[in-house]
Design a protein around this ligand. Structure first.
Ligand code: FES
Length: 157
């Protein structure tokens, strides 16, 4: 599951790409390989904090983003970890905190940051499992599996 209960005390995320998920989620975009790819990244802790990462599997490179998404109740939040490859035609989309500007571009009222692709303006809602708010994208972004771990974060390299 890409959604998880909040555990702000945990320091890292182990983000995983499993072969079956890739084949189901992005059929035709990647070559099937037997091994799963993994990466350990810092856990975003504050509401709307993001952590970028790059997951590699053989020759395939997956730009990714983990977002701490605020919940409906005060103090509640969860992690949403996705590939930032746009499901429309493969551009890389961005996490846009200036949602009012995006709102003006797409002509729809927005109330919080969104995921926005500048190629054809597909817009995704990170608070609603990546629901397509606007544009030609056929589906939400690809979600990575992850688990939170208590190991202390130390920057690689
Ligand atoms: S590639 Fe992202 S909207 Fe077309």
């Amino acid at each position: 599951m890409a959604w998880a209960a909040t555990s702000r005390g945990k320091e890292t995320l182990l983000v995983e790409l499993d072969r079956r998920s890739v084949l189901l989620g992005l059929a035709g975009l990647v070559e099937a390989r037997p091994a799963a790819a993994q990466i350990v990244v810092r856990t975003p802790k504050l509401p709307w904090e993001t952590v970028k990462f790059t997951l590699r599997e053989g020759d395939n490179v997956w730009p990714g983003l983990a977002i701490r998404v605020p919940g409906k109740a005060p103090g509640e939040s969860s992690i949403y970890a996705i590939s930032t490859i746009c499901p429309h035609q493969g551009c890389q989309f961005e996490f846009e905190t200036d949602y009012r500007e995006v709102s003006g571009k797409i002509g729809k009222a927005l109330e919080h940051p969104v995921l926005f692709c500048h190629c054809h303006m597909s817009t995704y809602d990170p608070t609603d499992d990546g629901r397509v708010i606007h544009g030609p994208a056929p589906r939400p972004p690809f979600r990575f599996d992850f688990r939170e771990e208590a190991r202390p974060w130390s920057s690689p390299g």
